[in-house]
Design a protein around this ligand. Sequence first.
Ligand SMILES: [Fe+2]
Ligand SMILES: [Fe+2]
Length: 280
Amino acid sequence: MSDDLRTERKGQLLAVKDLPTLPKVLEEVTKLLEDPNSSSQQIAKLISRDQVLSAKVLKMVNSPIYGFPGRISTIQHALVLLGFNVIKGLIISSSVFELMNTSMVGLWEHSVGCAMACNIIAREAGFKEPEEYAVAGLLHDLGKVIVALQLPSAKEEIDTQVREWDLLYLEAEKKVLGFSHDRINAWVADHWNLPLNLKVGIAGHHRPVTAQHYPKMACVVHVGDFLVRTLEVGSGGDDLVPRLDPDALALLQLDLGQLDTVLDAMLLEIAGDGLSMGLG
Ligand SMILES: [Fe+2]
Ligand SMILES: [Fe+2]
């Protein structure tokens, strides 16, 4: 594929006027955060003004994925427990995934499953703030949604390639677009000013150990994506299980026994109500 075409596709994907608009409140909150005198009360107040958005955020933070099922009743409480990065990631995910059509419900389930996996892996690895890993898992295939929204004919072509040649979705994306969703993730992360650890998690999940900063974040998402595909929760766009990078496990200092523990915990949550986190 020529460089010209690749540049054109990137331009189409990032056509700012067409990119899903994030709730205005995010912009205001980001400004408020730059003010050292701002308090979490003020931020909570701002978010709470958008009642629909607040309800969605509260629904998500109360799912078992974030470790406080049914216990968070206010945005203020959510901010204190989970931090602004997590809340921002949740606001972005609800804004973007809501625009998907029903044909991509499988991707939503895959993403929620990956969030759950990342949370459990981060805890097993002994990392602080497993919720940040969970949000990276939730957003890790965002680029696939962006393509479906911005370049629907390319999305169809990718699906056809996957079906006809039994390709990984990632390989089909490269054939059709010249790049894959992890690259798109990096672009939109910059565009939406995502914190660096989340950017690395979503942009680096297919080549995790090469990440310069926060490689552990990328490794957790990589392993989470692998596990959720192994358990066939939802759909990442193809029926294949990509290779698990053993270096990612080594970097996380997880052995196969611990991976087994993670899988058991995932199965337990799936059997419970873990994946009921709806879009509505
Ligand atoms: Fe991916
Ligand atoms: Fe994925």
